[in-house]
Design a protein around this ligand. Structure first.
Ligand SMILES: NC(=O)CC[C@H](N)C(=O)O
Length: 358
């Protein structure tokens, strides 16, 4: 008798060791990141997913709040070969079920071969395989979470001022990681974080120098309000986006998105810049990708599978990335993206000066 069961959409039920009790369900995904478990577990993009760590030991350097990307744990459950007690205490405080002593190689192979799949989890004394299957039967697909933005977004606008105020960025919070805000503040920008369903009037009132669509969970097709903002302000305000933000911007500008088989989640995804030919290592966490880029040019691609990693349109002042330039976890190699975003405001100001002196 085990005290934890994981039921997979392919019909298998796997025994595990229960670390944090509870019943839950979600889309089963894996990350290959070997560090950064605090950042990953607090990344709002994992909402409604069950996160499997392929790295075997999770928790070996403790739990520190300064490494959190948001104020809570977002995956519905966590799975590892072995969790340390400190991580288990944290997940317990957060009431997030956790299981370990499981063959994560087998699990990752199943996800790679069959794709990200629904799962159900039951943990605690006396639980049965049927309890996990019951959870699985209640599991929705990611795109069925139509209002997932409301689960992760700020309820109201919040402004952070640096004192420099060189540029004012309106960040549409579809589930933004804290490091995106920090990366903009560190470069002297003021940032107003707006709810995921902010209106055209909300943005007009702020009159920002950049409209930035954040990362976030689920299917980008469900972020219709953010898409509407992009459609409304393209060409008027410089636009930027990260991860879900890239997907939303592309959809708004005539592009399409599609679900990947198992996505990219890790901290060593190679990305080639098509202009310089250089390859950088990037942090990624996504299950959807831009298929047709619409009115944008693909400027960067994933070396492994050729998917679109960077989209730009110089005339319209649009720049987006599918990966996470803000890192946390992972490499800092792409932080200059935020300089490029803020440089668009200079371009805008120069154009305004040029046209006013005509
Ligand atoms: N990190 C993100 O923004 C993820 C974007 C989207 N939810 C996806 O899975 O593709």
């Amino acid at each position: 008798m085990s005290d934890a069961y994981l039921a997979l959409e392919d019909g298998r039920v796997i025994e595990a060791r229960g670390r944090v009790p509870g019943y839950t369900r979600g889309e089963l995904v894996f990350t290959t990141a070997y560090t950064g478990y605090e950042e990953s577990l607090t990344d709002p993009s994992y909402e409604e997913q069950v996160l499997t760590f392929s790295y075997p030991l999770i928790g070996n350097y403790g739990v520190r709040t300064e490494r959190f990307e948001s104020d809570r744990v977002h995956p519905r459950a966590a799975i590892a070969r072995e969790f340390t007690d400190e991580v288990v205490e944290w997940l317990d405080e957060q009431s997030v079920p956790a299981i370990d002593h499981i063959d994560t190689r087998e699990l990752v192979t199943a996800i790679r071969e069959e794709g990200a799949m629904k799962c159900g989890i039951a943990v605690g004394d006396g639980v049965t395989p049927e309890d996990a299957q019951e959870e699985l039967s209640k599991c929705k697909g990611m795109s069925e979470h139509v209002d997932i933005g409301s689960q992760v977004s700020t309820p109201e606008a919040v402004t952070y001022r640096t004192g420099d105020g060189d540029a004012h960025v309106a960040l549409v919070d579809c589930g933004a990681k804290g490091s995106i805000v920090d990366s903009l503040l560190e470069r002297g920008a003021d940032v107003t974080v707006l709810p995921y369903d902010a209106t055209v009037e909300d943005v007009e009132e702020l009159s920002p120098d950049v409209l930035f669509i954040s990362n976030g969970p689920g299917d980008p097709a469900n972020f219709t309000q953010a898409q509407n903002l992009v459609e409304e302000f393209v060409g008027e305000i410089p636009l930027a986006g990260i991860c879900l933000g890239q997907q939303v911007v592309a959809r708004a500008l005539g592009g399409t998105t599609e679900k990947m088989d198992f996505g990219h989640r890790g901290v060593n995804q190679p990305v080639r810049d098509l202009r310089s030919g250089k390859v950088v290592m990037t942090t990624q966490n996504h299950g959807y990708t831009v298929d047709e880029p619409g009115n944008l040019n693909v400027t960067q691609v994933n070396v492994n599978d050729g998917t679109a990693e960077g989209l730009e349109n110089d005339d319209l002042n649009v720049i987006t990335r599918q990966y996470h330039p803000e890192a946390n976890p992972g490499p800092n190699d792409s932080l200059a993206f935020f300089d490029d975003v803020l440089a668009m405001t200079d371009a805008k100001k120069q154009t305004a000066v040029a046209s006013s002196s005509d």
